[in-house]
Design a binder for this molecule. Structure first.
Ligand code: OGA
Ligand code: NI
Length: 341
């Protein structure tokens, strides 16, 4: 594989989708982005700025707690809760020596113990910190989580139109969506690609789409034509990227771009990812406009839940140890990640 170098550029390399304009026009930009990198910015996304600011403030308060306190919220059997620094080694390129220099907190749609949905793997209560240790944490996170679901549903319409499907196509598949909010805290450790140290190693996201809010520190890079290109923070904008599940669902038409986080010297970094996936039982087989006799299915069908579990299994050390014997994760189908650098 060619050496991957960092490339500095004047302009953000991915398009901006204005969600206030006509949906057909927005969908055209979405299509172009999805067929190339799978990354775009959105503006006029409908999520109030103060919800974004508040969740960042509460995330910081949580991550500032002593480790013993955070440990009380350590991921539970549903994989909701805190994951410590160096829990994941995300790189799929074999270039990572030290596990990701980040910690995170998985927050899902709250599912009550004993409910019907609770019978499914990954569906259960969150592991909130005590209200007294971070007052208002739950309220701020739930408000932002809810707003992100609304934004997902609007972006889904654009994705459907971009795939020549009716705008409402995905609605039925997201009635019981899996929706994980994940505030992240990158340690004050400068990444060093040459030494295999990364905030987050090179990876693709797993599901349908990710909504990413970041602080003002750059760090996110996407691989474009063999070069790592920065996707910098942009005031009033959120970053959207597609995951592997949509890549597979669209029979390879839409891309889930390989990306990583390279942190700069002397600074911590906070970002919050929101991962949206179809309901657990949704069958992921090629969408009707993405398969034909000339373009047969590239992968066998799977389900959203099976697919997601196979991905966690492959990357999270704590997931593997928690699930040993508990969840039968289906191994991933043939790898969809190909790096042609
Ligand atoms: C992720 C991710 C990027 C960032 O959590 O999957 O790619 O900037 N995050 O934190
Ligand atoms: Ni990612």
């Amino acid at each position: 594989m060619a050496v991957l170098t960092t490339f500095e550029q004047a302009e953000p390399p991915v398009p901006v989708v204005d969600m206030a304009v006509d949906e057909e026009a927005a969908a055209r930009t979405v299509r172009e982005a999805c067929e190339t990198t799978g990354f775009f910015y959105v503006t006029n996304h409908g999520i109030p700025e103060d919800l974004i600011t508040k969740q960042f403030a509460k995330a910081k308060e949580f991550f500032d707690l002593p480790i013993q306190e955070k440990q009380k919220s350590k991921v539970n059997k549903y994989y909701h809760g805190w994951t410590p620094m160096n829990d994941e080694k995300l790189s799929v390129l074999g270039d990572q020596k030290v596990a990701d220099t980040k910690e995170g907190m998985y927050i899902a749609r709250e599912v009550a113990e004993g409910s019907e949905e609770n019978k499914l793997p990954l569906h259960g209560p969150n592991n909130w910190p005590a209200e007294s240790s971070v007052p208002g944490f739950r309220k701020a996170m739930e408000a932002y989580h809810k707003a992100c679901i609304g934004c997902t549903m609007r972006i889904n319409r654009l994705i459907a139109l971009a795939l020549d499907l009716p705008a409402t196509y995905f609605d039925k598949d997201f009635v019981k969506l899996m929706a994980l909010l994940r505030p992240l805290h990158y340690a004050c450790v400068a990444s060093s690609p040459d030494e295999g140290i990364f905030g987050a190693g090179a990876h693709t996201d797993y599901g349908m789409l990710t909504i990413l809010a970041t602080d003002n520190n750059p760090g996110l890079q996407v691989l474009m034509d063999g070069k790592w290109v920065s996707i910098p923070p942009k005031q009033g904008h959120l970053i959207i990227n597609l995951g592997d599940m949509l890549h597979r669902w669209s029979n390879g038409r839409f891309q889930s771009g390989l990306h990583r986080v390279v942190t700069l010297p002397g600074q911590e970094r906070y970002s919050t990812a929101f991962f949206a996936e179809p309901s657990f039982k949704t069958v992921i087989a090629p969408l009707p406009t993405c398969v034909s006799e000339e373009n047969p299915a590239k992968w066998p069908p799977t389900t959203s839940g099976e697919y997601l579990m196979s991905k966690y299994n492959a990357t999270h050390s704590t997931y593997k140890s928690r699930q040993e014997g508990a969840v039968q994760a289906t191994p991933s189908a043939p790898s969809e990640i190909s790096v042609t650098a």
